[in-house]
Design a binder for this molecule. Sequence first.
Ligand SMILES: [Zn+2]
Length: 435
Amino acid sequence: MQVWVGLTTSDLTGLEHSPGLSFRAQSGTMQVCQGGRVLFDTASLRVHSADQVLSAEGKKVSLREPVILKTAGRTSAFYIDNLKRAGIKGAPFYRGDIRIAKSGNKVRVSLFLDLDSYLAGVLAAEMPASYHIEALKGQALCARTYALHPRLPHDLDKVNVCDSFLCCQYFAGHSAALDARIDKAISATASEVLVFDDKPILALFSSNAGGHTENYENCFSDPLTGAFPPPPLPYLKGVAEGRFAVAAGGEDFLRYLWGNRQNKTFSADAWSGKFHFLHSFSSESLEAHMHHVAEKLAGDRESAPFVVPASSGFGRILGLRVLKRGVSGVAIELSVDTDKGNWIFKKELVIRKLFENADLKLKRLNSARIFFDQDFQAAPRGAKVKTLRSLTVYGLGYGHGVGFQQQGAQGHALKGLDYRAILSHYFNGVNIEKV
Ligand SMILES: [Zn+2]
């Protein structure tokens, strides 16, 4: 099976590239093709404008029709100069054929390759190759299933998936030397995908669930309608990662997990440093940053539907309250009470972004499975209410925590579970079938 992968811009946010990208054959030359014909061979080629590509020798090709690049070997292999990928030094490297197509005053670049070759790149970017082979196999099934059923459909982009972790799963190209362990995880599970009701599932995964995974509807909005919460998915239900003495869901559960963070066998994912986190904010730092971030989130097209601002603006912060939690204790609704009114923030990613703070070099919280210690100061003379002196945020896990979690899978694999048992733990009632 083969797939089309849309390559996003260096910031991983869009599929439309400005002119300037340059394609270089790994060795020898590449064939420049258009309309099913080979036009000429060259060692490198640059996108000169949205209307034209230019070879190293100065040969021009119009982009009235898409241009396809192939190399002579069994598998085409290219470097793309002027494209950056987080975690990759220098120009990223891709195996597969490349399509360059005009799109307005920009171009779109897509890669056509074997599904399993794409999976090798995804696994290399998403999970350390040193992980247990059963955990790697579990990730391989998630990645293969995700490629067949991404959360956001890419049909209109004429690709199956894109390469960004902000939208699909991370694919930062191939390494020149393929890792044998990753290869083995993919070939040992060849063609296997996760299905429910005879259809590929939405195989979500994250890094560390901090002791308990979460229900789909508590973390994601509907990809087509934007509704939050979306209809639940029967196979994406939160599960405990250990035998716990406190019932899941409330702040007391999160405090209990936090209190046991040093016990590395307490939960399948507690061995990792990503199991917990902590940030302390002074009131000055919160006041300096949170109102800007809140207004930015309220004005941003993607987050605005999940922010309910107070009508008179964002005032001095009086305190924070989690209004609603999911089955894992994840914050679904957070109120920031200010002296100009209360602001409500919904959905885990929006809540995580609210804590962006330049003083702490913090872009977002690792997760929204959080609870607070708040220190208040007495109301100054003339003022009616107490304001916040400091805030400590305690958190568990890394990522949204829905579906498969990589570090929990590693913990289960080390205890002897195979990938089938691991996957049926994370995806309730799902079968493994061959496509
Ligand atoms: Zn995507």
